[in-house]
Design a protein around this ligand. Structure first.
Ligand code: SF4
Length: 65
């Protein structure tokens, strides 16, 4: 399965866990909040792993199959 990430910036608190493990698809803005740098579908298992790093549940995984 393929999936896409979506970040709810209203929930992001800038912990940085997501972009530490996935710098190829998520970067930090000037305030340390997460910014998607790629909207290409990725392996769903990896998307879930990335989303699971966020303690604020700010990262959603959407089906892109
Ligand atoms: S882990 Fe969650 S709260 Fe932290 S920067 Fe990423 S999206 Fe934001």
């Amino acid at each position: 399965m393929r999936a896409q990430l979506r970040i709810d910036l209203g929930m992001c608190q800038g912990h940085g866990r997501c972009y530490e493990i996935a710098p190829d698809v998520i970067d930090a803005d000037d305030d340390g909040l997460a910014v998607l740098t790629s909207t290409e579908p990725m392996d769903a298992a990896r998307a879930k792993e990335i989303a699971g790093t966020c303690p604020e549940f700010a990262i959603e995984v959407e089906d892109a199959s």
